[in-house]
Design a protein around this ligand. Structure first.
Ligand code: GLU
Length: 475
């Protein structure tokens, strides 16, 4: 029996690394270099809020510079601290390696509760934080590229971009200094949904794996599986809607700050999101069992096939892991399961699809956005019409040789050339499928590796090590 301990997020990440490292056969010194955080920048700056000066604490950590730029979101939360930012930056390095996104890992954090500030104050804080990053060379399209994370979104990214551009008016690539920007501000279509869509593709891949499903006693395929979602933020809401719409998943439980609800017959996620937008709470949603604010952690123990923690770290630990009833835990959030919690889940045969693979869709589409910014052109602009003309000729030829007429609807479907959103989704799908296959291969090729997380860490460590070796940094 593993006793409950209050271990930090960073301790958990380091324990996951230590569990995987021996399977890579790498030199101890190289492993240490891959494990440590290369640099953390801590800042305090004053901001005038409601006529009073507040001193704001903020960070940017760059975990690994084996590739440039470094990449990772900026979090606005009261819980931000150095260990958390370092842990999140560390996960970014491994995440990028697993899905072959050519960046090092980074993360930023501003220790504020963003919901307590006006929009004007948030703009002031964001612009001031960006200025500090610029002053210390912790931002730039070739240096370090932030993105949204918990408590931030496209609005904050637009402020960051605008501040950077004001400092570097002659930088032709300035738009690549940050990703997750609004589409009309040099963003890319499909970035907002990307993490949730990637989570869906990842779960679908796992459910299409016969060996895994047999082990769990589940039918193959995502269709008809029951799912519980913790957190209806950007990641949770897109995971839920796409899983329901494209995967025919049945959402049976949901939690948010105000509490949790459960209905074994299914909850229509679109209706629930509309309900919350209108009434400000999920708790008044009809026909569901209700758990109030102080009981909302019960969501982790709801009966379902797939539990999706999509909020913050350390949600499943030694205290509640034994009560989890899901067969699959899909880590949409970063670090939702502690190392102690993971040990208990492993003993019980629960499959955890790890964060460093599963939520990599966000940074993958950020990579596409950065490429779009450096190329100064929308994806699909060159080839769309050319492809359409070629497809039309093929359809005409088929009609001419078979003597059959293809219906207008079918013709339209066949001849359509790809738009930016089609290409982004296709690139994301390809990335998530290939990533799963690589992690799974590492898992099955090494008899001593007992879970997907250890396999994912071992894969990431191996890929980063080959960069160090290729770069001649390591003999
Ligand atoms: N904050 C997201 C993450 O944790 C996205 C990072 C990015 O797009 O750079 O993966």
């Amino acid at each position: 029996m593993i006793m409950a301990k209050n271990v930090s997020f960073l301790d958990s990440v380091n324990r996951y690394f230590d569990a995987a490292a021996p399977h890579t056969g790498l030199d101890e010194g190289l492993l240490k270099q891959i494990k440590v955080c290369n640099g953390v920048y801590q800042i305090h700056f004053p901001v005038m809020v409601d006529g009073k000066v507040q001193v704001i604490e903020a960070y940017r950590a760059q975990h690994s510079n084996h590739r440039s730029p470094t990449k990772g979101g900026i979090r606005y939360s009261n819980h931000v601290n150095q260990d958390e930012v370092v842990a999140l930056a560390t996960l970014m390095s491994y995440k990028c390696a697993i899905v072959d996104v050519p960046f090092g890992g980074a993360k930023g954090g501003v220790k504020i509760n963003p919901w307590e500030y006006s929009e004007a104050d948030l703009e002031k804080i964001t612009r001031r934080y960006t200025t500090e990053l610029i002053r210390h060379k912790f931002i730039g399209p070739a240096i370090d590229v932030p993105a949204p994370d918990y408590g931030t979104g496209s609005r904050e990214m637009a402020w960051i971009y605008d501040t950077y551009r004001a400092f570097y008016p002659d930088d032709i690539n300035a738009a690549g200094c940050v990703t997750g920007k609004p589409v009309n501000q040099n963003g890319v279509r499909g970035r907002t949904e990307a993490t949730g869509r990637g989570v869906f593709y990842g779960i679908r891949e796992a459910c299409n794996n016969k060996e895994l499903m047999d082990k769990l006693g589940l039918e193959m395929g995502i269709e008809g599986k029951t799912m519980v979602i913790q957190g209806l933020g950007n990641v949770g809401s897109y995971t839920a809607t796409i899983s329901q719409d494209e995967g025919e998943v049945k959402i049976v439980g949901v939690s948010e700050v105000e509490g949790a609800i459960y209905n074994a017959d299914g909850i229509d996620i679109h209706a629930l999101l509309r309900h919350r937008a209108h009434h400000g709470s999920i708790l008044s949603y009809p026909d569901a069992r209700i758990y109030g604010k102080d009981k909302r952690r019960a969501v982790m123990e709801f009966e379902c096939d797939i539990l999706v923690p999509a909020a913050l770290e350390n949600q499943i630990d030694a205290n509640n892991a034994a009560n989890v009833r899901a067969k699959i835990i899909a880590e949409a959030a970063n670090g939702p399961v502690t190392a102690d919690g993971a040990a208990i889940l492993a003993e019980r045969g629960v499959v955890v699809i790890p964060d460093i693979y599963l939520n990599a869709g966000g940074v993958t589409v950020s990579y596409f956005e950065w490429l779009k910014n450096l190329s100064h052109m929308r994806f699909g602009r060159l080839e769309k019409r050319f492809d359409e003309r070629a497809y039309r000729r093929i359809v005409d030829q088929i009609e001419a040789t078979t003597g059959k007429v293809i219906s207008d609807r079918d013709r339209e479907l066949i001849v359509r050339g790809a738009d930016e959103i089609d290409l982004v989704r296709s690139g994301l799908e390809e990335t998530m499928i290939t990533g799963f296959q690589q992690v799974y291969k590492m898992y099955t090729d090494n008899a001593e590796i007992k879970d997907l997380r250890t396999a994912a860490f071992a894969l990431a460590i191996s890929k980063i090590s080959s960069d160090y070796i290729a770069l001649g940094i390591w003999p």
